[in-house]
Design a protein around this ligand. Structure first.
Ligand SMILES: NC(=O)c1ccc[n+]([C@@H]2O[C@H](COP(=O)([O-])OP(=O)(O)OC[C@H]3O[C@@H](n4cnc5c(N)ncnc54)[C@H](O)[C@@H]3O)[C@@H](O)[C@H]2O)c1
Length: 259
């Protein structure tokens, strides 16, 4: 129970990885405020997780600064402080780079990168106000490094998040705040079902690039988040840790289309 007594906020936690992080934190004795743009899903998840003593919900869109501020304010109002911020909300669209509209670019960057930036700011301001210390964890992806052309906006957002993590880590180190990122490979969530496993061929291709031979479970990302949030990771800041079943060490390249 290395995290017992801490207070955490997690965005995009109505399902998938965010929900798994909430469940893990509750098991570890953390008080948690979860947010999501999906009000119904959030309420269902809160009911499933139970723990009215330690769990609060905030309906909000991370692309709106006021909504992210509201989540941090709720943590302070309900549990007195904020120790851990997990900027997890994210969306992916599978699209040819020539087909991406301005609206879609703004949507993906707005949620995945701007939303995380708002989370870093809101959390850091509160952590500094309460005397410093704390951990901010950004949910990145192997796509921060890999250039998969069908996921251009997603890759741009996660590449930006890599620098957000590095820059914020340096800027906030004097306040004893660590800023890290987790970059999963293929984790079996709704996001993968809708944007990655679009056909059996697509699934086979992904598995051919996954030495572990299987997709990861959301709980296998949550356990990395729990480690990074704990003092066991007290000398880790600015880095992205990749729970990816061995994908990045393959150093594979995406086939170039015939001219
Ligand atoms: N599943 C994977 O394989 C994988 C791999 C690498 C990185 N990630 C990252 O992990 C994070 C979670 O992904 P997931 O697989 O659990 O996805 P998911 O689609 O299952 O869940 C994402 C959650 O975020 C919420 N959300 C979407 N837009 C939002 C917004 N504007 N404001 C607040 N909430 C919003 C959704 O309602 C949903 O509950 C994302 O940042 C994603 O990029 C996932």
């Amino acid at each position: 129970m290395k995290l017992s007594g801490k207070v955490a906020a997690i965005t995009g936690a109505a399902r998938g990885i965010g929900k798994a992080c909430a469940s893990r934190f509750l098991d570890d004795g953390v008080k948690v405020v979860i947010s999501d743009v999906d009000a119904e899903g959030l309420a269902a998840t809160a009911a499933e997780l139970g723990r009215p003593d330690a769990l609060r919900t905030v309906v909000g869109n991370v692309a709106r600064r006021a909504d992210v501020d509201q989540q941090v304010a709720t943590a302070v109002k309900e549990f007195g402080r904020l120790d851990i911020m997990v900027n997890n909300a994210g969306v992916a669209r599978n699209r040819d780079i020539l087909e991406i509209s301005e609206e879609e670019f703004d949507e993906i960057i707005g949620i995945n990168l701007k939303g995380a930036f708002f989370g870093v700011q809101a959390a850091a301001r509160q952590m500094i106000a309460q005397g410093g210390g704390g951990v901010i964890i950004n949910m990145s992806s192997v796509n921060a490094l890999l250039a998969i052309p069908a996921l251009a906006t997603y890759a741009m957002s996660k590449g930006g998040m890599k620098q957000l993590t590095s820059v914020a880590a340096v800027a906030l180190a004097p306040h004893n705040i660590r800023v890290v990122a987790v970059g999963p490979g293929t984790i079996l969530t709704d996001m993968v079902a809708s944007s990655i496993y679009t056909s059996e061929d697509a699934r086979k291709t992904v598995m051919s690039r996954t030495p572990a031979g299987r997709g990861g479970e959301p709980s296998e990302v949550a356990s990395v988040v729990a480690f990074l949030a704990s003092d066991d990771a007290s000398y880790i800041t600015g880095q992205t840790i990749y729970p990816d079943g061995g994908r990045l060490i393959l150093n594979y390249t995406v086939p170039v289309k015939d001219k």
